[in-house]
Design a binder for this molecule. Structure first.
Ligand code: BGC
Length: 311
């Protein structure tokens, strides 16, 4: 039997038909159009389900959504970047399609996918950290996705790493997300560029058409000192949060996804060194948490949502 997985993001709603082995058989996507409001998002999800159905009956439909979702009631409790507050998404999708969807946090289900068929396959425990617009985290311990009491667990992007730091969209100050997301890296890059008009980062940004998460890494590779400082600063913040994750869970794997993670070893090598230096007992323990790239890319969200429907 096949399952349908849907990844509801701020820009696109992506969906796929996933088989029992966690492989995507066919995919489709639609723009989310947050500006048109919650019911339009439900319309988009329903249309995507129709696109993927093609006469097939599914074993279940799962959906990953940013923020806090309640799989018991079917409500999106709060997804700030989608403007969904106390929205009965299960009811809205059911009335449009007849399907009773299961709900999970987007990063939690991505972690379920990576732990089952991706970077953490066969591992004792896996934490996935997504470095995108925000910082998403999902925790799978001995095969079980950590959801907490009501589904709101693993919001590690909202642990404070800088006391009285910059304001986060969640209302607190100094959250990990404000310093380790792609958004944060771009902010740091822009600030460094403004202070150093001769930086190679200007050339790189021009080549790529914009300042993005690659700008500082590429310019640092070309020997630009200011860019190297941006990368160093960014890795320092990322390491603070990752070390906390290691100290709390001591997972076998921490896997990274999202645009910034595409830097691969240029990011992971200095990050490993820093985390090793800071983690509890780092100089003494014989086996360390492995910091690796995710292997499923954007498909993790779709596969994980389908796996959730199968649970
Ligand atoms: C949200 C998380 C989500 C992450 C990635 C964060 O801002 O709080 O729930 O997983 O963004 O979408």
């Amino acid at each position: 039997m096949n399952y349908l997985g849907i990844d509801l993001g701020g820009t696109n709603i992506k969906g796929g038909v996933v088989n029992e082995a966690g492989e995507i058989l066919r995919e489709a996507s639609r723009p989310t159009m947050v500006e048109n409001g919650p019911d339009a998002i439900a319309d988009g999800i329903a249309a995507l389900i129709k696109d993927l159905e093609q006469g097939e009956t599914f074993g279940g439909v799962g959906l990953g959504c940013p923020g806090t979702v309640d799989d018991e009631s079917g409500e999106v409790v709060c997804a700030f970047n989608l403007n969904l507050i106390h929205y009965d998404l299960r009811g809205a999708v059911k009335s449009r399609t007849g399907y009773e969807i299961r709900l999970g946090n987007d990063a939690n289900v991505a972690a379920l996918a990576e732990a089952t068929v991706g970077a953490g396959k066969g591992a004792h425990s896996t934490v996935v950290i997504t470095l995108g617009t925000g910082v998403g985290c999902g925790v799978v311990l001995e095969g079980k996705m950590l959801t907490g009491y009501t589904g709101a667990a693993s919001e590690l992007g909202h642990m404070v790493i800088v006391e009285d730091g910059a304001k986060c969209t969640c209302g607190r100050r100094g959250c990990f997300e404000v310093y380790a997301s792609a958004t944060a890296l771009i902010r740091m890059t822009r600030e460094a560029m403004a202070a150093n008009p001769k930086s190679v980062m200007y050339t790189v940004a021009q080549e790529n058409g914009a300042v993005d998460g690659r700008t500082a890494f590429t310019a640092a590779e070309r020997g630009d000192g200011t860019a190297a400082e941006v990368v160093h600063e960014y890795v320092k913040y990322l390491a603070a949060g990752v070390t906390n994750v290691v100290n709390i869970f001591f997972p076998e794997i921490v896997a990274f996804s999202g645009g910034v993670a595409n830097q691969g070893e240029a990011l992971l090598r200095p990050l490993r060194e820093e985390v090793r230096r800071q983690e509890f007992g780092g100089a003494y323990v014989k086996r360390h948490t492995k910091l690796v790239p995710c292997t499923l890319g954007y498909q993790a969200g779709i596969i994980g949502a389908a796996l959730l429907a199968k649970l």
